[in-house]
Design a protein. Structure first.
Length: 257
């Protein structure tokens, strides 16, 4: 079951409404004493329904979780869909986009909202396991970049993350500085991948992906790194990665007869 309602992010987009999405496991309604880990994800509109996905194809995340019975709540908000608002709120740093437009990085404002407003709301409304050990992050592209950033800078809230096709290129070929200054708990787990067919999209991406992986390992992050054979920058490709990152993050399947 996926619940939806309208929310606002005053620090980013004022009183303009966007959708929030929460996936609840199939046993949530009748297992009233059970609490669940939570995965906070970016681009909520692309996760569950083809009709709401930006390019008409979602991740199929609801079907995967229903089919496998993984006991996990997924909470996500729609991105800013006006202009390049998504690039701004999903970037920790200012950068120049390919069309020459200067993007103001407001990723910190977004993460402050997530941990100070959205997470407390979810913990109050649903039967969550709110501690760091049971709280994860996930996203693709700019959302993948934000996942790595949040694990680095907000590690007190999140112990696990899945960064699919992270847009590390916004740092111009350098390892993002937040990795070096990050204070990672010893149990921090990160799944990070990139599609083999994506590397041609940005000249620096192959080297910065490799260097960032090395830097994360040096910081003692428990990293599961993967180059996806034939992987592309698309929801259809990221959907195929769901079993890999769920397994890497320790979200186990439930055998269903």
């Amino acid at each position: 079951m996926v619940e939806q309602w309208d929310i606002t992010l005053p620090s980013l987009t004022g009183d303009r409404a966007r959708k929030a999405y929460v996936y609840l496991p199939e046993d949530y309604e009748y297992n009233e004493d059970k609490r669940y880990p939570v995965m906070y994800m970016f681009d909520g509109h692309n996760l569950f329904f083809d009709g709401e996905a930006t390019y008409g194809k979602c991740w199929g995340l609801k079907e995967f979780l229903d089919r496998t019975g993984i006991p996990l709540i997924v909470a996500a908000a729609e991105c800013d869909t006006v202009g390049n608002g998504r690039l701004s709120e999903y970037s920790p740093v200012d950068f120049v986009f390919k069309n020459g437009e200067k993007i103001k990085g407001r990723g910190k404002l977004y993460m402050d909202w997530l941990v100070k407003v959205f997470k407390p709301l979810i913990d109050a409304k649903y039967r969550t396991l709110p501690d760091r050990e049971n709280t994860a992050l996930g996203g693709s592209s700019m959302g993948g970049l934000m996942t790595v950033y949040a694990l680095s800078e907000y590690n007190a809230y999140f112990s696990r993350g899945a960064a699919l096709s992270p847009s590390l290129w916004v740092y111009g070929g350098e390892v993002p500085p937040f990795v070096g200054r990050g204070k990672f708990g010893k149990d921090t787990v990160l799944y990070m991948d990139y599609g083999s067919r994506e590397f041609k999209n940005h000249d620096v991406q192959k080297s910065v992906f490799a260097d960032t992986c090395a830097a994360l390992i040096q910081k003692n992050v428990l990293l599961a790194s993967r180059i996806v054979p034939g992987g592309t920058h698309s929801e259809a490709s990221w959907e195929k990665c769901i079993p890999f990152f769920m397994d890497a993050l320790g979200f186990s399947k439930v055998n269903k007869n």
